[in-house]
Structure formats: C-alpha cells, structure tokens
Design a protein around this ligand. Structure first.
Ligand code: ADP
Ligand code: MG
Length: 618
C-alpha cells in the first residue's frame, strides 16, 4: 500500500514474536482468550470515560458495548471486534510494537528456560499470542480522537501502519483480523470458537457473540408443475398472505428446502460472581473466576479467598484471593511501584485497577475486586482517589485479608498448634495440608514488610510470622508456639540473625543457650534485620538478639565468684582493647566452649546488619 509507514519492532518484542511464531506449544487456544481480554479492557475504558461524558459513546450500534467474532471460512480469516476505546495511530505504534513493557524481557527469559506460554497474559504481552495461529495479522482501529488506521504485520521484524481508506468504517473500536496459518485449521469452525469462549471467557463483563450459520428448513413456493401432496406442504399463514397478495385467491404450493442463515449468537451471560451469595458459589467457580482475574491459567487453585459484603456507612462487596504463586515481579518493583491487583468497580462499572489507596503496599500480592455502591459514579478518577470512603474500605479490606491469611494456617493440619482449631471437614484436610508453608514460602516476605510498615496491624501480622528455630526441627514455627515452649522464668524471646541456618547453628552465641535448652529463632533473610527493628515485642515479651549486649539468662550462683576470679584479667583486656571500636569488656554467662565472643551493643547494628548494609542486598 502506498501510504503505509513502516516500523521496526522493538528488539525484545521482536524476540518475543520469534519465540511465539516458532513455538511448539500445543495449547494455541489461548490467543482467543487474550484477544477477548483486550477487547474487554478497551470496553471498560470507554465505559469509564462515558460516566462523565455520555456523548463519548456515540449512538446506535456504536453505543453497544460488545464483542463480536466473525469467521470467513473461505479465506481463513478470523476477526474479533470490539466497540471499545480504540487506538489512535500513535497508540497503535506504541502499544503494538515499539515500546516494550517491563514484562516483555521477563517473559522472553521465562520462555527460554522452559516457562509456560499459557501465562503470557500476566506479563502484559498477550496480544502477540495471535502469532501462535496466524502468520499475518491486521489490526483495524478507530479512536474518537483520530482517523481509522490499519496496523499489519507478518511478524518479520516490522509492522506497517496506514490510514484506512478501504475497510468499512468501524465507528469506534478495534477489529483484529487473523489470517490463520494452515496448521490452525481447527479454528475455522464456529463450534471450536464457541467452545473456547465458553471455556475461557466466562467472566467477561460484556456480551460476546459469534456470527454463526444455521441450517434451517424453509418453505418456499413449489414449482407450478410439480405436484405436492396435501398435508406435507404446510405453510405458515404469513407466507400464505404474501402469496395471496401476489397470486390472488390461488392457494400456493410450497416445498421444504434447507437454507443457511446467519445471525449473532450470544455466547456468555454477563454475570458478576461477586454479587451472588457466597453460599451459592462453588469452590470451582471461585477458582475459575480467580484464574480469569489473575490471567493465571495454570491448574492451581488460589490458596484462599474471602468473599464478603460490608455494610454500614460505606457499603461494598469484595472478593479477595491469595494466589498460589507470587507474580514474577512482586518484590522487584516493591519500592518504586505501587501496582495493586485489586480492581475497583462502582455499581458494577469497572473504574480502575490502579487504585493504590485500596490496599497497603505489602498486600499487593492479593488479587481481587471491590464493588462499591457508596462511591460516586460520575466523578473523575482523581476525585474518587480522594474520596473519604476509601479509607474505610481500606481498613476493612486489610482486616479481612489478614483474617483470610490466618485461616490458611488454622485450616492447615500441618500447622500443629496446640490451640483449638476451627473445624475442618476431614475430606478437606488433605487439600489444606501444607498450604500455610506454601503461603509462607511465596509471601512470607510480604508479612514481614507488613510488620515493618503497618504499625496498627503489627500484632495481627506478627501472628502470621513463621521461622525456623533451634527447636523447630526443620519445620516452620510461630511466635505462639515459641511462647508455649518458653522455659519457666524466661522473659525474652531469643533470636539470632545471619546468612543461613547452617551458619547460625555453629555460632558461639548459641552454645550456652542450647545447652540450657532455650529456644532461639533463626532469622536469615536480609529483611529480618529491619523487621526486628520494628517488632519490639509480642504478647508482652521482648525480643533479644543473642549476639547483642543485654542477654539475660537468669542468675547463676557462681556469677559473682567468676567475676572476682577474673577481675584482673578483665581489667587487662580493657586496657588493651577499649578504644573507638570496643566499648567494654565483660564477664559473660552466654558461652560454653568458646573463650570469648564479640557482642554488639544494644542499639547498634548487629554484625549481620553491617554485612547487609555493605552488600546492599535488600
Ligand atoms: P495488556 O493487555 O496486558 O496490556 P497486550 O499485549 O494484550 O497487553 O496488549 C497490549 C496493548 O495493546 C494494550 O495494553 C492496549 O493498549 C492495546 N490493545 C490491544 N488490544 C486492544 C483493543 N482491542 N482495543 C484497544 N487497545 C488494545
Ligand atoms: Mg492483554
């Protein structure tokens, strides 16, 4: 085409496309789910804008917020069309090829180490999955602010953009046209497409329909000279009337023929699972909804969920999930982004998934949604962000989220707490077994960050804390368990920090404590050092780093005697050592075999903290 402008794909995007084109991945079905998800996003965007400006939707068909699928069997072209926000020329260039998202290289990397293509949507590059089934793709798009353009590419490193002067005007929205590869013949069947939509796009909030053919029997006038037997030639009264007009009084003779008609068949019933009563929603439905929400199409179930209605001043419904796995970039972007995975709806209208006021950062690993009837619908996102109800919503969400996490532990038979547990049906037991360890391995760091950041929920979060200790026997233990095992007369909770459990087990600081049967917690994550600066006490017990000054193990009758015996030696050591680097020299009862040990002062950094600061591992 003459007017076409050519562009090179950004290098990472190009690599990604190569991988997809050459993929032997057998589940190519996922492309349809990704396209429908994009169409749905685009519809959400226009619906949101229309809240404050009705004009934006246009009239007639343009105002219909829907997704349509059409198959051209002869030419093997599959089109998916939406009446969403559409893309300007600039959008097409940026979104489909020249700007790589943060997920692009992460996904390429994953794929090179045998990652699952099924998870493409989570990395924000779902669109390119079209090249699993197509060798040539056209994206026709019309945004309210621009003319209609065509983006096209054969995935050969470049794409072209042209002003669209030959296709039918779209009004508004986007049509993706896939020229299917020969091997993708299975998609040239409406039945297959219907099956996929039903399977993967059940929770899309807009009607999805397919242009579908149907064989119908129709009565047509029989040829004059052909004789038709009475009784078999039933004709409808309408047809008779038509015939009557044409042929006067003469009774028409008709015959039955097969004819192919086309019509839009709607494939989904738009339902909001969160509006239903929790009792009526099955576990399987929750799991499926989670998958569509998280774009996590592995077979794993969420670790837990909480579905509730909040009443009172601020009314809302919410559905929260703990995913089975942490997203690839959960902690990578912790300090510089505030990406929550919570979608905000107001009266069922999707508003945003970028509301950072709904959950604190440390709970960003949760997936879910909030649908509020109290928030106003017709204000800008900025206004909404400042709405006073958000604070109340946030508070309740945190409470519910922490309850939900606590429940994973309570229902896990492996969490052998001596306290009474909520009754779990025995059939459930196997399924719940080991779930908290799984949670802890994926999201334990978030709990720790929560303890650091959220003073008002510190105690609740501390209950969720797990660690290994000198007495945990290789398993995880909780602070409540620690306290239940404390020795008579033991006042403080003892812990030690370092790089690994193996290293710590050899530490001279533990000698005496272990011998005297005290339990010591091992903290081996760099974040633990920060954690312990905030977690000062739990259930009225103070925390004592055993490598620091101030360790009290209870009085020993021989203490005074020992002190006197070594008085001169202590003085000599003091004269030799006390300087800028050494504060004091003391007789200690913390050692057993080792002759001496360097201890850090109570308020100073531990040796481990020094090491962390030097390597900046956090
Ligand atoms: P993601 O959906 O996670 O952003 P995709 O690779 O699926 O990633 O899509 C890339 C981008 O292309 C989208 O973010 C959006 O800006 C744009 N896009 C894709 N499909 C459509 C569509 N049907 N309508 C409008 N914009 C679209
Ligand atoms: Mg997408």
């Amino acid at each position: 085409r003459n007017s076409a402008e050519k562009f090179e794909f950004q290098a990472e995007v190009s690599r990604l496309m190569d991988i997809i084109i050459n993929s032997l991945y057998s589940n190519k079905d996922i492309f349809l789910r990704e396209l429908i998800s994009n169409a749905s996003d685009a519809l959400d965007k226009i619906r949101f804008l229309a809240l404050t400006d009705k004009e934006i939707l246009g009239e007639g068909d343009d105002a219909k917020l829907e997704i349509q699928i059409k198959l051209d069997k002869e030419n093997k072209i599959l089109s998916i069309r939406d009446r969403g926000i559409g893309m300007t020329k600039e959008d097409l260039i940026k979104n489909l090829g020249t700007i790589a998202k943060s997920g692009t290289s992460a996904f390429v990397e994953k794929m090179q180490t045998g990652g699952d293509l099924n998870l493409i949507g989570q990395f924000g590059v779902g669109f390119y999955s079209v090249y699993l089934v197509a060798d040539y793709v056209e994206v026709i798009s019309k945004h309210n602010d621009d003319k209609q353009y065509v983006w096209e590419s054969k995935a050969d490193g470049s794409f072209a953009i042209s002003e669209d002067e030959w296709n039918e005007p779209l009004g508004r929205g986007t049509e993706i046209r896939l020229h299917l590869r020969d091997e993708a013949g299975e998609y040239v069947a409406e039945s297959k497409l219907k099956e996929l939509v039903k399977k993967y796009s059940e929770f899309i909030n807009f009607p999805i329909s397919i242009w579908t053919s149907r064989e119908v029997n129709v009565e047509v006038p029989a040829d004059e000279d052909e004789s038709t037997e009475e009784g078999t030639s039933e004709s409808t009264s309408e047809e008779e009337e038509v015939e009557d007009e044409e042929d006067g009084e003469k009774k028409p003779k008709t015959k039955t023929v097969k004819e192919t008609t086309y019509e839009w068949e709607v494939l989904n019933d738009v339902k909001a699972i969160w509006l239903r009563t929790p009792k009526e929603v099955t576990d399987e439905e929750y799991a499926k909804f989670y998958r569509s929400l998280a774009k996590d199409f592995s077979e794993e179930k969420p670790l837990s969920w909480s579905h509730f209605t909040a009443e009172g001043d601020v009314e809302f419904k919410a559905l929260l999930f703990v995913p089975p796995k942490a997203p690839h970039d959960l902690y990578e972007s912790y300090y510089n982004s505030n990406k929550s995975n919570l979608k905000l709806f107001v009266r069922r209208v999707f508003i945003s998934d970028e509301f950072d006021e709904l959950l604190p950062k440390y709970l960003n690993f949760l997936m879910g949604l909030v649908d509020s009837d109290t928030l106003p619908l017709n204000v800008s996102r900025e206004m909404l962000q400042q709405h006073s109800s958000l604070k109340t919503i946030k508070k309740k969400l945190i409470r519910k989220a922490l309850d939900m996490i606590r429940r994973i532990a309570e229902e896990d038979p492996d969490e052998s707490s001596d306290k009474e547990k909520t009754d779990v049906e025995s059939s459930d037991k196997d399924e719940k077994k080991g779930q908290y360890t799984k949670f802890w391995n994926e999201f334990g760091k978030s709990v720790k960050l929560g303890i650091i950041e959220d003073a008002s929920n510190r105690n609740r979060l501390a209950k969720l804390l797990r660690f290994e200790s000198t007495k945990s026997g290789g398993k995880l233990a909780s602070l409540d368990q620690y306290i239940s095992r404390m020795k008579a007369g033991q006042k403080d909770i003892f812990y030690i920090t370092g790089t690994s459990k193996e290293q710590l087990e050899k530490s001279p600081f533990l000698e005496r404590l272990t011998k005297k049967n005290y339990e010591v917690i091992f903290f081996t994550d760099p974040v633990d050092e920060y954690l312990m600066q905030y977690l000062m006490e739990y259930e009225d017990k103070k925390f004592q780093n055993v490598s620091k000054e101030g360790l009290k193990l209870g009085k020993d009758s021989k203490d005074k005697e020992v002190k006197d015996t070594f008085k001169d030696l202590t003085k000599w050591w003091k004269d030799v050592l006390v300087s800028e680097n050494v504060d004091s020299v003391k007789i200690s009862n913390r050692l057993d075999n080792s002759p001496c040990v360097v201890v850090t002062s109570k308020y100073g950094w531990s040796a481990n903290m020094e090491r962390i600061m030097q390597s900046q591992t956090l």
